[in-house]
Design a protein around this ligand. Structure first.
Ligand SMILES: Cc1cc2nc3c(=O)[nH]c(=O)nc-3n(C[C@H](O)[C@H](O)[C@H](O)COP(=O)(O)OP(=O)(O)OC[C@H]3O[C@@H](n4cnc5c(N)ncnc54)[C@H](O)[C@@H]3O)c2cc1C
Length: 388
């Protein structure tokens, strides 16, 4: 390891590995730093991803795809189930992220990036109002690494943005706190992802059951940070005791999902990507594809900055313009939809569900569903007009 690189990427999740891979492909001297001992482990994800979104970045491979699902079901509090016969853009594959995340980091290494695990970034080097590198720790050693551009890909608990003076604080209502069990011996439909809605099940969120093959499934839920009386694990225990009394829990995870719209993602010498930039979809909580997309864009813009010798915020703002013009509108719409859905009582959910019975849905698209809801419930048109 040297003490100077063109680009240093903090965090080897999907956003960081894609950023490092792209930067290295543009011939930049790139260093990818990960604080954990192993990339991708522990998994803090339900691992569901849309097929088309994924294929933009990587060729699907059975080594890291646990299951391919045919469709999705949404289960409402009163018992009505809406079925989508095709998976659509929200679900399609259930990944094995321990292997997937490693594969992305390997691709970054193959493209020429240096990868260091068990290396925690503890601060930024700042000079003359610019981020000029990172301060890191590895096996008891502390050192400085200089860089023209730092990419903060340090996930939901990101500190990099804050150190650079960007306000990434999340309000309680803009974070979903999640708990998930990897369960075995569960009697599930292996071809469908299921979503359960209801204020008794997951206030301000939803529960999910994502099959992983061999009677295994990720069973989890997320609840709104400002709506919950209990810890998410208590809601989850209640859910699995009722649904899968014979199932065994072989792994347990907890984590947060930012459900907001990013404000600022650049500073002099710095870009934020993925969950560090708060780019998960506020309605579904899905963040893998946005992480990969933003990481790729940041790698490209880093290349321009390094080649032109200009890593000022004005130059890096091209990254901000690009993500806003590609995923910005979706994030805004999803946020408004989430705010509206948060207010619904179980009775209102059930009345919406009743209006959807008999419709032949093919694909699960969040906005396709909302559109159908307003067609069937014209009185909701006023509330949802800005989303359609
Ligand atoms: C319970 C749960 C279920 C989810 N389910 C889905 C789903 O089904 N589909 C979906 O698309 N999304 C899902 N998400 C969201 C998805 O996991 C994230 O959006 C995605 O992982 C974001 O990728 P990232 O690279 O930005 O961050 P992360 O994957 O969080 O990676 C950040 C990396 O940075 C490292 N790091 C942090 N700080 C430092 C530091 N100081 N120094 C060095 N390294 C550091 C971390 O160890 C980590 O490896 C879920 C999230 C949760 C919590």
């Amino acid at each position: 390891m040297r003490d100077r690189y063109d680009v240093v990427v903090v965090g080897a999740g999907p956003a960081g590995s894609m950023a490092a891979k792209t930067a290295a492909e543009h011939d930049l001297e790139t260093l990818l730093l990960e604080k954990r001992v192993g990339i991708g482990d522990p998994v803090r994800c339900a691992e569901g991803v849309g097929k088309e979104g994924l294929k933009q970045f990587i060729k699907p491979d059975t080594r890291w795809i646990a299951a391919e699902v045919k469709g999705a079901r949404i289960c409402f509090p009163g018992g009505i189930k809406i079925e989508m016969s095709e998976a659509g853009p929200e679900v399609g594959y259930v990944l094995e992220r321990k292997i997937f995340d490693r594969e992305l980091a390997k691709q970054a290494a193959k493209a020429g990036a240096e990868v260091m695990v068990k290396t925690r970034v503890v601060d930024l080097i700042k000079e003359d109002g610019f981020v000029r590198g990172v301060k890191a720790e590895h096996l008891g050693d502390s050192f400085d690494i200089h860089a023209d551009v730092v990419i903060g890909a340090d996930g939901v608990e990101s500190k990099v943005g804050r150190w650079a003076g960007i306000n990434t604080t999340l309000k309680p209502k803009d974070i979903e706190t999640c708990a998930q069990f990897l369960m075995t011996d569960v009697d599930i439909d292996p071809c469908y992802c299921e979503f359960y809605i209801g204020n008794q099940i997951a206030p301000g969120g939803y529960a999910w059951v994502f099959p992983k093959g061999n009677n295994e499934a990720n069973v989890g839920l997320g609840i709104s940070g400002n709506r919950s009386e209990l810890h998410p694990i208590d809601y989850l225990k209640r859910f699995v005791e009722k649904k899968y009394p014979g199932g065994q829990i072989i792994e347990m995870i907890m984590g947060g999902v930012p459900v907001t719209v990013p404000t600022k993602t650049t500073a002099n010498g710095l870009m934020l990507v993925g969950d560090a930039a708060r780019m998960s979809d506020p309605l579904t909580g899905g963040g893998i594809i946005h992480a990969m997309k933003s990481g790729t864009m940041a790698g490209e813009i880093a290349s321009k900055a390094v080649q032109s010798g200009d890593s000022s915020v004005e130059c890096l703002n091209e990254y901000e313009r690009r993500w806003r013009s590609t995923i910005g509108a979706t994030l805004q719409k999803s946020y408004k939809a989430k705010e509206w859905l948060l207010k619904l009582s179980d009775d209102e959910w059930n009345s919406i569900a009743s209006s959807l019975v008999g419709i032949n849905f093919e694909e699960l698209t969040a906005f396709g569903l909302l559109k159908e809801v307003t067609l069937r419930n014209p009185k909701l048109l006023w509330d949802l007009r800005s989303l359609l």
